[in-house]
Design a protein around this ligand. Sequence first.
Ligand code: ASP
Length: 409
Amino acid sequence: MKKKLNLSTKILIALIIGIFVGIVLQGSPDIANNFIKPFGTLFLNLIKLIVVPLVLASLVVGTFGLGDVKKIGKIGGKTLAYFLLTTAFAVILGLILANLLKVGAGYTIPVDAAADAKEIPKFVDTLLNIIPTNPFKAVVDGNMLQIIVFALMLGTSIMAVGEKGKPLQAGFEGLAEAMYKMTGAIMEYAPYGVFALIVPVVAVHGPKVLLPLLKVIVVVYLGCILHAVLVYGGSLKIIANFSPIRFFKTIAPASIFAFTTASSAATLPLTMKSTEEMGVPKSITSFVIPLGATINMDGTALYQGVCAFFIAQVYGLNLTIGQQLTVILTATLASIGTAGVPGAGLIMLTMVLQAIGLPLEGLALIAGIDRILDMARTSLNITGDAACAIVVAASEKELITDVPKEISA
Ligand code: ASP
């Protein structure tokens, strides 16, 4: 009696085998980079290809799917409230753990540490830039924030024109369905993609790179796990009366995928699929998840809190309570502005360091292990999006309780 393995089990097995192969190849990372990595890149490209049309179509469908402007406002308000509160909590948790576990103690700065601090956009410019002057350019450039704004406006307008908007509505619905189908087909290749992505990461980041900064890694990973259990598990149980165990089981394939790709945007199709499997109606899923993949980054915020504290301690500075409050505010904002692609959080960390006057060279300390931290924070980022969708759906009494077994398996 041979049982066919489901996709999430296959992805998990691929991850574990990949880690082993990566360890074996540590002496010769070139093999991993030249022969295995390309298959991972191929897979990432396939996934990225879906993201722009998927976000556009599903957000337009999600917006008019909500039915009326009042409902969009209500669901939008709840979603943003959940996003902001959980993100601020994540930074606070990061700071508490960093304080308690003295994350930077015993580590001295290598003298030649130098970071090529990248220019980060000014906050006002970021705000102004959210409105695309040319939505087609936004689509071509893959500018997610702009695409979101345009999609929300377009969806609302299609709804407002009524009968005459129907053909366009059908068109976007068709596009969204086609993108879901395409996602399903590409996901068949996921176990191989995950394997090919994780091998070079492990092979290149041998123990030499990891050990000196082990404490930062432990604090970030611990923080991510605690945040998921306490905040998501807690809010699901208390607000939505939803089993946290079922939640973590169903979201696992998306979380593992985020872990290996370190990209919320690339994980988007999978996060949507898992969220629907948990009974969130399509209209809410396609509204909350693309929005969350772009602006809701609890893992990134937590990581920025820990890193700011770490860098301060390494330079022999102690953050005052006022400075820590500034970290909470700036890390929350910085995480909103962070793109859902690998490494974006490190660049936005500049904003947090600048706000409290810490040396930007500190970034160089983190850069070596950033990929390892990125995997954990991205995993948390997308898990938070799914938790939000369930909480919002439950609060609207729209959570479907009798999802067919074969979908939720
Ligand atoms: N890689 C993260 C994500 O896609 C963003 C970050 O670098 O923090 O969610």
